[in-house]
Design a binder for this molecule. Structure first.
Ligand SMILES: Cc1cc2nc3c(=O)[nH]c(=O)nc-3n(C[C@H](O)[C@H](O)[C@H](O)COP(=O)(O)O)c2cc1C
Length: 177
């Protein structure tokens, strides 16, 4: 097998917002969750909790909680990512750990030939999502990931700032390259 360059995987991942009407197999869901499970966390406290949602009624209810409802409604699978405040030690660092878990899951989905998108706007109505998913009091919603097989034609070129805008040599006054 050809060695896989992580940079190629990272750069070829795009947010996918339109999906085929095809379920995601349970072994693939397990692998995505495992990728999240193996993210780094401060003190290795693993503050993330994942709720896998496939039930159409729940997906429809969650779609009502965001202006990106069409993406959610069209997805066969949602993974709601929560921060468990019962194991939290620092809100910033624990939120960052959840972000690392989310990115791991996006990359795992991509590696499995699936598409996914990180949905944050839904946090504006996180209380409603918590109620729909019967989240215990200690759970803070961090994001919802919509996952599925990518529909053809949902192309997204991917744009990033030039490296010279975001990285510096030694001090901010000095260009990197
Ligand atoms: C914290 C965060 C919140 C996001 N929220 C949304 C969202 O609510 N709706 C959406 O369509 N995309 C959302 N995205 C996806 C971004 O729009 C996307 O990652 C960005 O435009 C770069 O595109 P790419 O992922 O295809 O490289 C979010 C991404 C992050 C990291």
């Amino acid at each position: 097998m050809e060695p896989v360059r992580i940079i190629d995987v990272i750069k070829s991942r795009r947010s996918v917002r339109q999906f085929l009407d095809r379920p995601v197999e349970d072994d693939r869901i397990s692998e995505i969750l495992e990728a999240g499970q193996w993210a780094p966390s401060g003190l290795n406290n693993q503050p993330w909790r994942f709720v896998v949602v496939k039930e159409r009624g729940l997906i429809a209810s969650m779609a009502e909680c965001t202006r990106y409802g069409a993406i959610i409604r069209g997805a066969p699978l949602l993974i709601a990512v929560f921060l468990d405040e019962d194991v939290m030690y620092d809100h910033t660092k624990d939120s960052q750990a959840c972000g690392a878990a989310i990115q791991n899951m996006l990359l795992a989905a991509h590696g499995l030939g699936l598409g996914a998108v990180w949905l944050g706007e839904i946090l504006n109505r996180k209380a409603e999502v918590c109620r729909i998913l019967e989240a215990p009091e200690s759970m803070e919603l961090m994001a919802v990931i919509a996952v599925g097989y990518p529909a053809p034609g949902d192309s997204n070129p991917g744009v990033r700032r030039d490296i010279s805008e975001i990285a510096f040599a030694e001090q901010f006054s000095k260009p990197i390259f």
